[in-house]
Ligand binder design. Structure first.
Ligand SMILES: O=C(CO)[C@@H](O)[C@H](O)COP(=O)(O)O
Ligand SMILES: [Fe+2]
Length: 215
């Protein structure tokens, strides 16, 4: 069954605890935390103290999406704050292998994210080291953007690559996910759907999660 990871980027930050508990009760599988540094992407969001604070209010696994330059400097602080998965961007470091290994040294899951324009070949040599690959289906930085359809072809090709090396790594898709494109994403090979506005931007988030899951 497909897993759903609500992105708290679209939550009401003034009521963050309730917003997290709301999606936990509604059947979320993971909590997606978008970390932005104002350099790698033109937006600023959460640091390790926020992750540490919300670690106390929920049992949901934390799926930390680091949209930051020099990700090597942030692995330890986010791991110690309570991340269960740390995903770094391939475009953000020339030392992808080293940073992936450093995530694994913290005994948490390691993911690599690819922007829409980044080809799959940049992760080919480290694919067997990864627990998760995040395919961006919007340009990172903001919630509420329109899904870029070329992500579907990329997910299909990635699924084939993973099957060829017998890898159990999960494919996560992030950006513009809705109940309209969820079935296509699952058919293409996605295992985890991240959704911000499709879950936090509607009145009934339980129905929203259910409709994403039922694909
Ligand atoms: O990483 C990002 C954006 O950079 C995402 O996780 C967004 O938070 C997804 O929001 P929606 O596109 O689902 O509204
Ligand atoms: Fe994200």
């Amino acid at each position: 069954m497909i897993q759903i990871a609500p992105s708290i980027l679209s939550a009401d930050f003034a009521r963050l605890e309730q917003e997290i508990l709301k999606v936990e009760t509604a059947g979320a599988d993971l909590l997606h935390i978008d970390v932005m540094d104002g350099h790698f992407v033109p937006n600023l969001t959460f640091g390790p103290p926020v992750v540490k604070a919300i670690r106390k209010v929920t049992q949901l696994p934390f799926d930390v999406h680091l949209m930051v330059d020099k990700p090597e400097e942030y692995v330890r602080p986010f791991a110690e704050a309570g991340a269960n998965i740390i995903t770094i961007h391939a475009e953000a470091t020339p030392h992808l292998h080293r940073v992936v290994q450093s995530i694994k040294e913290h005994r948490i899951q390691a993911g690599v994210a690819l922007n829409p324009a980044t080809p799959l070949c940049v992760i080919e040599e480290i694919l067997h080291d990864l627990d998760l690959i995040l395919i961006m289906s919007v340009n990172p930085g903001f919630g509420g953007q329109k899904f870029i359809p070329s992500a579907l072809k990329k997910i299909r090709r990635l699924k084939t690559m993973l099957m060829q090396i017998n890898s159990p790594a999960l494919i996560e898709v992030d950006g513009g996910v809705t109940s309209e494109n969820a079935a296509q994403l699952k058919d293409a090979g996605a295992d985890i759907l991240v959704a911000g506005s499709a879950i936090y931007g509607v009145v009934d988030c339980q129905a929203a999660i259910a409709s994403l899951k039922k694909v």
